[in-house]
Design a protein around this ligand. Structure first.
Ligand code: NAD
Length: 308
């Protein structure tokens, strides 16, 4: 349940009971603002409703990692944030920290995705930006070890659900002739990796992003993606036994370090905002120069910076 009273300024004059009644309505029923206001007026209370001028940004997968960093940065920059995640506990923790709304959703359920978009639009307000950061991961394997189930599970979250989310939130944006969507791809798209399903599902995100950007461009809706390189999220830090997460890619990236979640969030928030008003259909690589340095292995690796 979304408490939409944080987006409006409600003052019930007369009695404290009046105010408590309104708050109770907000928590207990799926009434919209107008309905609650009408009920209060019938009881003789005066209610002032002032729409917020904050822009609403929904971050799906906002409970952890890069998505949580996006929520924090967007809140700092004045967005009204909705944190949606399968992990309800994390979504609530992030939303409490930044004063946002929290929603539990499994994006593999496309009906739930449609309900999520409709509920947020009616209970919180018009969504200006959608960020899709949720993902399913897989362990490395060979082509012969990869299974059909693994492909289905990974594609269900990383490609099909991204399409379902973009369509569900894009519908209202197209009607309003305004909005911005940022999908999350990955630097693996620019090379190859032993994660067949994950890599292919992220390549699908980049392609889908370009298609929607063109289809909805004349309706004023921008669609972009961000491709992070290896980013120091909690999920990686807790897997120290895996050499991929302990090996410093200093010899293989231009900057010689991994990326921080906040650094990815900077790119996401930029694309979501009107500062990127002429940018659509791109994939923004935020990888500390990992992909640009890929050929340097042939020349002995990335050199240490020397004084000129
Ligand atoms: N961390 C990296 O190094 C890295 C690199 C490249 C790309 N990415 C991409 O960045 C995005 C964020 O990755 P992260 O590392 O922060 O991941 P993370 O695991 O820290 O966070 C992902 C979030 O998605 C949520 N989620 C998973 N399945 C869901 C579902 N069915 N419904 C709703 N929510 C669901 C999880 O609960 C979690 O909160 C992903 O799209 C990932 O593919 C990450």
């Amino acid at each position: 349940m979304i408490n939409h009273f944080s987006q409006i300024d409600v003052r019930a004059s007369g009695s404290r009971r009046g105010f408590l009644f309104l708050m109770e309505q907000a928590h207990s029923v799926r009434a919209d603002t107008r309905c609650v206001t009408q009920q209060a007026c019938r009881k003789g209370w005066k209610v002032d409703v002032k729409a917020t001028d904050k822009r609403i940004g929904v971050v799906v997968g906002g409970g952890n990692g890069i998505g949580a960093a996006c929520c924090r940065l967007m809140a700092e920059r004045g967005w009204k944030v909705v944190v949606a995640d399968l992990d309800e506990g994390s979504a609530k923790a992030v939303s409490e920290e930044i004063g946002a709304h929290a929603c539990a959703v499994d994006i593999r359920d496309h009906d739930a995705v449609e309900r999520l978009a409709a509920d947020i639009e009616s209970d919180v307000g018009p969504v200006h930006a959608l960020v899709v950061a949720a993902a399913a991961f897989q362990d490395r394997c060979t082509a012969f070890e990869a299974t059909t189930d693994q492909f289905r599970n990974v594609f269900a979250v990383n490609s099909e659900a991204v399409f379902a989310l973009d369509r569900a939130f894009g519908k209202a944006m197209v009607r309003r002739r305004s909005g911005s969507i940022v999908n999350m791809a990955s630097a693996v798209v620019y090379g190859s990796s032993p994660v067949h399903a994950y890599g292919a599902s992220k390549a699908a995100v980049v392609s889908l992003t370009r298609t929607l950007a063109v289809e909805w461009g004349r309706a004023g809706v921008r669609v972009n993606s961000v491709s992070p390189g290896s980013t120091l999220v909690e999920r990686q830090l807790t897997r120290k036994s895996d050499p991929r997460f302990t090996t410093d890619p200093i010899g293989t990236s231009a900057l010689g370090r991994k990326v921080l979640p906040r650094e990815v969030a900077e790119g996401v928030e930029f694309l979501a905002s009107d500062r990127a008003s002429a940018i659509t259909g791109i994939d923004l690589l935020i990888d500390g120069g990992f992909v640009p340095a890929s050929m340097w292995g042939f020349y002995g690796g990335v050199p240490a910076a020397e004084d000129p």
